[in-house]
Structures are given as structure tokens and as C-alpha cells.
Design a protein around this ligand. Structure first.
Ligand SMILES: NC(=O)c1ccc[n+]([C@@H]2O[C@H](COP(=O)([O-])OP(=O)(O)OC[C@H]3O[C@@H](n4cnc5c(N)ncnc54)[C@H](OP(=O)(O)O)[C@@H]3O)[C@@H](O)[C@H]2O)c1
Length: 267
């Protein structure tokens, strides 16, 4: 059985790499794609890959008129939630790669997924080393009560913090909030330099040319420190294997799961 995918953002930097990988697979096919600038063309025409002969639509709602098993969201945060809810309404399972969704957005998506009896897998980062960072950080937070997170990305990235960092903060919030020796309200000078509090973690976002996505979780204890760091290179390939795995597994459960490791056997 071939898994039919609607690929929203299939012409983008990340989505096109996933589309090309799907073209080379024998168990997944792209049946429709979403992009405003290329609507009316085929994905294969835009990506010079003749095996991708599906139509491109300017909105997810139009694309979802073609029956699909999995809706893959790889567009932008301003439309992602509406796309995901529309896909669940059409009975599709959903993989979310787009970053920038809030905890409130995820709560709404989780409720709709439960109600629809469909699976949603949201992964702020499909790269294996980022997935491992999340898991190792959870272990560290159980033992070390103080940490801060540094979020690095390119200057043009619209959302802050990155999806990877949101996911990290969310996961650590399930363990405990990071302790602050000096409460933020008692900070003297410019309190904003201490970063933003998100889900119990202190976050510092840096946006500069030269970065793709890097994440640093720094755990501090008296006289010792642990730094966990993930760095992406400039290509989209690290995300592809995880994205395909998510497409293959997302129909195996109901409700929202966060993080690729939720479908990996990491012991
Ligand atoms: N989870 C992960 O591992 C991972 C990895 C990489 C990136 N990301 C995230 O994935 C998202 C996409 O990143 P990217 O670098 O691939 O972006 P990108 O190169 O700008 O591609 C965005 C894609 O979405 C389409 N799009 C954007 N806005 C749209 C709208 N309003 N309606 C319909 N289509 C729209 C674009 O086509 P048109 O402009 O023609 O509409 C394009 O196909 C970002 O949120 C990024 O942070 C996640």
C-alpha cells in the first residue's frame, strides 16, 4: 500500500528535499502540494523531477480536495495551524515540520486529533542529533536543577525561538522549571538581557547570518557544567530521513505526539 501525501511547502527549502526523497521511495507518493507562487504547475515541473507529477495548489484547503493519507506541513507558522486543522477535518494524519506554533496551538491540534481519531506528529527538528539532544537534556534536567538554552538561527528566520527550542523547553517543563538563583524581577540593570522565560526555561535567541540552526542547552552546577549542542549544516538532508519515518509511522497512533523520538525506539 502506498502512503498518499499532501506536501504543503513542497517547493520550499525543506519540503523540496522531502519531495525528492519521496520520489525515490516505493511506498510513499506525493498526490498534491501547496505553494502560492507555483500553483497550477506540477511539483515535478518545479523541482525538475518527473516522478513528482502531482498538482500544486495555492492553499491547503484546495489541495486537500485530493484524497490523501498524510498531510505534511512544511510552510510557515502563520498558516500552519489552520492547515493542520483542515487536514484533520478531512480525515488525514498529519506530520508537522513547521516551527513557530505555540503551546496553545498544539493544545487545539491535540484536541482535534483526539476527536478525529487521527495521529499528529510534530517535530521541531527531524535531524537525529537534535533528537538526541532533546533526550539527553531530559536526562540532565532530572539531575541538574539549573539550565539555560541558547537558540541560534540565520538572520532571516521569522520565528523565535526555533521549533527545536520550543520543543526542548516544552519537554523540560514536564520535568521541572529551571531554578533561578536571582529572580528575574530582582535583576538589576537591563532585565531583558536575561532572555525570555518559556515553559520554565530561560531562552536566548540569536539571529545572525552564518547560522542555520544550532541549539545549546547549558546545565550548571557548582564547579561543573554540562553543554549539549546540536548544529545543522547548510543542507536539508539531515531532516529527510526523519521526515520519511514520521510519514510512515504517523498513522500508527491517535492524538498528538511531540518529537521524533516519540516514534523511535531509544530504549
Ligand atoms: N522540523 C524540521 O526538522 C525543520 C527543518 C527545516 C525547516 N523547518 C521549518 O519548516 C518551515 C519551512 O521552512 P523552509 O526553510 O523550507 O521554508 P521555505 O523555503 O520558505 O519554504 C516554505 C514553503 O511553504 C510555502 N508557503 C509559505 N507560506 C505559504 C502560505 N501562506 N500558503 C501556502 N504555501 C506557503 C512556500 O511556497 P510559496 O512561497 O510559493 O507559497 C514554500 O513551498 C519553517 O517553519 C522552518 O522553520 C523545520
Amino acid at each position: 500500500m502506498t502512503i498518499r501525501v499532501c506536501l504543503a511547502g513542497g517547493t520550499g527549502w525543506a519540503g523540496s528535499a522531502v519531495a525528492r526523497a519521496i520520489a525515490g521511495s516505493d511506498d510513499i507518493s506525493v498526490v498534491s502540494a501547496v505553494s502560492r507562487t507555483h500553483a497550477g504547475r506540477t511539483l515535478g515541473d518545479v523541482l525538475s523531477e518527473e516522478r513528482l507529477d502531482c498538482p500544486i495548489f495555492s492553499t491547503a484547503r484546495e489541495a486537500l480536495a485530493q484524497p490523501c493519507d498524510v498531510f505534511f506541513e512544511f510552510t510557515k507558522p502563520d498558516v500552519a495551524k489552520a492547515n493542520v486543522l483542515a487536514a484533520l477535518g478531512k480525515g488525514a494524519h498529519v506530520v508537522i515540520g513547521t516551527s513557530g506554533l505555540s503551546e496553545g496551538d498544539y493544545a487545539e491540534i491535540a484536541a482535534k486529533a483526539d476527536k478525529s481519531g487521527r495521529g499528529v506528529l510534530a517535530a521541531g527538528n527531524f535531524a537525529l542529533t537534535a533528537v538526541l539532544l532533546l533526550r539527553f537534556a531530559e536526562i540532565a534536567a532530572r539531575l541538574i536543577p539549573q539550565w539555560e538554552i541558547i537558540d541560534y538561527a540565520s538572520d532571516g528566520k521569522l520565528d523565535a525561538p526555533s521549533g527545536t527550542v520550543r520543543e526542548l523547553a516544552f519537554r523540560l517543563s514536564k520535568i521541572r522549571p529551571s531554578e533561578l538563583t536571582v529572580p528575574l524581577a530582582e535583576t538589576q540593570g537591563v532585565p531583558e538581557t536575561r532572555g525570555a522565560r518559556l515553559a520554565g526555561s530561560q531562552i536566548h535567541s540569536i539571529r545572525l547570518p552564518g547560522y542555520t540552526i544550532s541549539v545549546e542547552a547549558v546545565f550548571g552546577m557548582p564547579d561543573q557544567r554540562l553543554t549539549l549542542r546540536h548544529d545543522s549544516g547548510s543542507g536539508a538532508q539531515p531532516y529527510v530521513d526523519g521526515a520519511l519515518l514520521a510519514i510512515r509511522r504517523v498513522s500508527s497512533f491517535v492524538g498528538l505526539r511531540r518529537g521524533l523520538d516519540s516514534i523511535l525506539d531509544l530504549g
